[in-house]
Write a protein that binds this ligand. Structure first.
Ligand code: XMP
Length: 511
């Protein structure tokens, strides 16, 4: 097989590190993250056509500041250094970094010089900044190629060594034409051919999984969500005779969900699927538990127990497969970023399954990339475009204490909401939409009678990767219809509200 054109992204712990790698993949060059401790020797072995340095939370002045093998600058491979990576590069190559009087956070106006890296980019633009330190002086061979009001050196270039530094984040959508700058680096400086696509990912993955899984037994926890479904389809393609999927029905699913999973996987895809009925067990353990993180922990633990029971029946397997995708890894804390919510689908299972090795074929991908893989594998659109659904299910959408009655009520409300969204033709339009049973009751009046019932909140968001999200502007008439139907058809709901906050500062789920 011909060598795969690759750009490596050297990770200094920035929030956007994996996003940078996926931007490069979007631009049709294979890209993966490597730690900043990787030696120049190792990078040379990978033989990338370009190297990108990410940003990071530290200052180059910190005692624990991360660095890079200086030999990397002598490999003759073009370097694109962002934020912290830019400052570090300047410092290591004869320049100076200072802690600026004024930090820059958010959108900032920028002015670019004439330079090939900015070809096709407007002279003045808007970029996204997030820094306090900045480069005060560039080393020999470097020139300044962009400035902002508060940052004299917003970008620099060393054309001879092909090293380019950017104080701003070209990878985030708020940097207008940021992708054009990355594209210029990839195509004009690194001379990429740009032949990488999702179908090559699928072909590569299936081929390597086939080889690895030949004659082996693979166990996968299937939730019916996009990630584990795509994972199941990928594995089914690579190893149909060895794959066993276990689906845990914890009683926290949406209306009709279990039936749908069984129909699609058992009947349509002929997957060897085992369903574990565990509603009672979960509800018992969740009784009177109100704290969201506690609920997650309980569900995670019980899920493992139920899975363990099934795994014991199956016996030893060679591989334990997991549908982990990249945002799960980030939001569960990869050791560098802060833990926002503990997603229970990362880790946990290994200790209870008798297996040789873990496989996570989707670990480096974002949600929308996973969907592309799903289509490549020929999964039906209803499944591939299915909105994300959290592992703890409705337990984190019934705020506070959970009971079966509340779950059933929420299931009904959620079903109406989904039905009306589909009728309005918005089901593929809205990235994620659901109902939340708030713990709040208020006074209402129905048929001349006072009511004191629950408030339900509807939420709809648009997003690409769940890392950020905007609240979706659902037309009033659709909301009106939902509200009417919900209060009329669902007993004990007398108020419906729509959530109009984005992420950040909110999160998508309420708990
Ligand atoms: P948040 O609420 O963190 O959600 O903005 C981001 C995305 O992740 C889903 N989510 C979860 N998924 N286990 C999961 O598997 C969880 O505990 C969990 N919490 C949130 C959420 O639905 C959204 O798509």
């Amino acid at each position: 097989m011909a060598k795969r054109e690759t750009i490596v992204v050297v990770d200094f712990g920035g929030q956007y590190s994996q996003l940078i790698a996926r931007r490069v993949r979007d631009l049709k060059v294979y890209s993966e993250l490597i730690p900043c401790t990787t030696s120049a020797e190792k990078i040379k072995e990978i033989d990338p056509i370009g190297i990108i340095f990410t940003g990071g939370p530290l200052s180059t002045f910190d005692e624990t500041a991360l660095s890079i093998d200086p030999e990397v600058f002598n490999l003759g491979i073009p370097i694109f250094a962002i934020c912290y990576g830019m400052q570090l590069t300047a410092q290591m190559l004869g320049g100076k970094v200072q802690t600026a009087k004024v930090g820059e956070y958010g959108k900032v106006e920028i002015e670019y010089e004439d330079h090939p890296i900015f070809e096709g980019v407007n002279k003045k633009g808007t970029v996204w900044m997030s820094h306090h330190d900045s480069v005060a002086k560039v080393g020999k061979g470097f020139k300044v190629i962009a400035k902002t009001k508060d940052t004299a050196i917003a970008a620099y270039a060393n054309d001879e060594k092909k090293i380019y530094g950017f104080q701003f984040h070209p990878e985030v959508v708020h940097s207008i034409q940021g992708l054009d700058i990355m594209k210029n680096f990839i195509y004009k400086i690194c001379n990429a051919k740009g032949e990488w696509t999702m179908d090559s990912f699928v072909a590569d993955q299936v081929a390597s999984l086939k080889e690895k899984l030949k004659g082996k037994k693979v166990l996968l926890a299937l939730s019916g969500g996009v990630d584990s479904s795509v994972c199941a389809a990928l594995l089914q393609k690579a190893c149909p005779e060895g794959l066993i999927c276990v689906f845990v029905d914890h009683g926290l699913l949406r209306k009709g969900e279990r039936e749908e999973v069984e129909r699609v996987f058992k009947e349509q895809f002929k997957v060897n699927l085992i369903t574990a009925d565990a509603e009672k067990r979960f509800l018992k353990k969740l009784k009177n538990k109100r704290d969201p993180e506690k609920k997650r922990k309980i569900i995670g633990k019980q899920f493992i127990k139920v899975f363990e029971k099934e795994a014991k029946k199956i016996g030893k397997v060679d591989f334990l497969a997991q549908g982990t995708i990249y945002p799960d890894v980030v939001e569960s804390g990869n050791g560098k970023s802060q833990v926002i919510k503990s997603h229970h689908n990362v880790g946990g299972l290994p200790s209870v399954v008798d297996f040789e090795e873990i496989i996570e074929p989707l670990r480096d991908l974002y949600k929308d990339e996973v969907r592309k893989v799903g289509f490549e594998l020929g999964l039906p659109e209803s499944l591939v475009m299915r909105q994300p659904f959290p592992g703890p299910g409705l337990a984190i959408r019934v705020l506070g204490n959970i009971t079966k009655d509340k779950l059933d009520l929420l299931r009904d409300v959620d079903f109406i909401f989904r039905e009306e969204i589909a009728k309005a033709g918005l089901d593929k339009e809205i990235w994620q939409y659901f109902a939340v049973l708030t713990n709040m009751r208020s006074v209402g009046v129905m048929g001349d009678e006072r009511t004191y019932d629950y408030t339900v909140a509807l939420r709809g968001v648009s997003s690409v990767d769940a890392m950020t999200a905007d609240w979706y502007k659902i037309p009033y008439e659709v909301l009106d219809k939902c509200s009417n139907r919900i209060v009329n058809e669902c007993k004990h709901i007398n108020r419906v509200v729509y959530d109009i906050t984005s992420k950040p500062p909110s999160t998508i789920e309420w708990e």
